[in-house]
Write a protein that binds this ligand. Structure first.
Ligand code: URA
Length: 239
């Protein structure tokens, strides 16, 4: 991206454009190793190396992270009692104020996207967009073919007069406990757990494997995260 030095540095939170202009005049800004006193010069954020007060400045306007959320942390930016997913980020990533795209329960693990791009988060969470979310679930009682049918028809959630959209239930192992994959198109509070409750079952372990076109990178251990790749981003934001 091509933009003015002062805009680039202020976008990443270094200071106001006025302050950056003064700092550049004082020789605090270098472009490709050469002092640049004119902060209105245009640089290319992909090509040029910009330094401010001797530190390289990485230009990231938006940040897109994939985390393997561990059990025991909450999907929030702040919490009075529990550690949050944002607490697990390095300072250099937290700097961009990312927030979790939707919520996983405290006792659920797996794929959680974090970004500071509100539009993308909104698009992924919008109930109208029906973004598929696939989970691996272990449940206490035996899952049956009747459950598969009930999920496919939509489940009326206990204590709520709401019928879910059709969901896909694939049995991996039927028994005590059973394991399965569940794909839902909404993100109602405790949805997967409540869907199983409605068919007299109980989730004992839940892990999200994918959200829309993005799959959990299984090389990430619980609590680890990484930037989304260009390819994953282009899947999320087809132009
Ligand atoms: N459904 C649940 O019940 N919990 C989650 O964390 C996600 C989906």
């Amino acid at each position: 991206m091509k933009l003015r030095i002062d805009k680039m540095l202020s976008n990443v939170g270094i200071g106001s454009r006025k302050q950056i202009k003064q700092d550049a005049r004082r020789g605090h800004v270098k472009v490709n190793g050469v002092t640049e006193i004119d902060s209105s010069k245009i640089i290319d954020t992909d090509e040029d190396n910009v330094e401010y007060k001797g530190e390289a400045v990485k230009y990231v306007q938006y940040i897109y992270l994939m985390m393997n959320k561990p059990i025991g942390v909450v999907s929030a930016t702040e919490d009075n009692y529990d550690r949050t997913v944002v607490d697990l980020l390095e300072d250099e990533d937290r700097f961009y104020d990312p927030f979790p795209v939707g919520r996983l329960d405290k006792d659920t693990e797996g794929l959680l996207l974090l970004t500071n791009n509100g539009q993308l988060a909104h698009d992924l969470l919008s109930p109208r967009k029906h973004v598929d979310k696939t989970y691996y679930a272990e449940v206490e009682e035996e899952v049956t073919d009747d459950d598969v049918k009930s999920f496919a028809e939509g489940i009326t959630l206990t204590n709520e007069n709401y019928r879910t959209l059709p969901a896909k239930l694939e049995i991996i192992k039927a028994g005590y406990p059973s394991s399965c994959y569940v794909t839902i198109k909404e993100g109602k509070f405790h949805q997967v757990k409540r869907m199983f409750n409605a068919v007299n079952n109980e989730v004992i372990y839940l892990k999200r494997l994918s959200m829309g076109p993005v799959k959990l990178d299984e090389s990430l251990k619980p609590g680890e995260y990484r930037n989304l790749t260009e390819e994953e981003l282009s899947l999320l934001m087809p132009s």
